[in-house]
Design a protein around this ligand. Structure first.
Ligand code: SAH
Length: 218
């Protein structure tokens, strides 16, 4: 096979794995077909970019499993007018997927290095509707609040209060909840006029949401 065929074959398998794990929304699948996961993984593990597994990235963090990225994106029920906050930029891959389905994406990470590297990839892919910032996302992003959608890609013991407060009425937040070293539950929070509704979606495993800035940053 030529390398062109190999790439096409890998891509097909990648999309097949997503579908078989429940990512069925055609807009989400379209975004995941378009955004190449390869550039978000540097070094040793880069040739495993198209496998459905989480992989290590810099600063001791991980890029999430593609099917989990797909399921979380699907659970957000994005509309093209939405302003979205992501807490936990990591590699930037999830933010890049969101950028295809929303109007504006703000993504924050406590590690300056990750924000810097992700921003470079966004620029090289011409993803101009993403703003990546170094910040402690447990406090949200008050300057840009409120948000139509919030996605947290690190596990908290409870959905952080400031994030709930920065969600618009009618807004949706997806967040893994539970102890960091145990299996956590992915929760969808929907804000109505009267308060918050909680839906438990599936078991997941994420790195913990940590307060304060990273040691490379503070
Ligand atoms: N969404 C990422 C994966 C995130 S891994 C991707 O697509 O690759 C979780 C990230 O959350 C890590 O990069 C970690 O640094 C970040 N994080 C943990 N606690 C945080 C906090 N309080 N504020 C901002 N980022 C945080």
């Amino acid at each position: 096979m030529t390398s062109h065929d190999q790439i096409a074959e890998r891509k097909m398998q990648f999309l097949y794995a997503l579908r078989s794990k429940g990512v069925t929304d055609t807009r989400v699948l379209g975004a995941m077909e378009k955004i190449d996961r390869g550039p978000f993984i540097r070094g040793y593990f880069s040739d495993r970019a198209y496998e459905d597994m989480p992989l290590p990235i810099a600063c001791g963090q991980t890029i999430s499993q593609p099917s989990v990225v797909g399921l979380m994106t699907q659970a957000l029920k994005l509309s093209p007018r939405d302003k979205v906050l992501e807490v936990g930029t990591g590699s930037g891959y999830q933010a890049a997927i969101l950028s295809q389905l929303a109007r504006r994406v703000y993504t924050v990470d406590r590690h300056r290095r990750l924000v810097h590297e992700a921003s470079q990839i966004f620029r090289s892919m011409d993803l101009t509707n993403i703003t990546a910032l170094t910040a402690d996302g447990s406090f949200g992003l008050p300057d840009q609040a409120p948000f139509d959608r919030i996605i947290v890609t690190a596990a908290a013991e409870d959905p952080p209060g400031p994030l709930l407060a920065q969600l618009k009425i009618g807004g949706i937040m997806v967040v893994p909840v539970g102890q960091s070293d145990a299996v956590q539950s992915l929760i969808r929070v929907t804000r109505s006029e009267d308060g918050f509704d909680y839906d438990e979606l599936r078991p997941v495993r994420f790195v913990p949401l940590v307060e304060g800035l990273g040691r490379d940053t503070a």
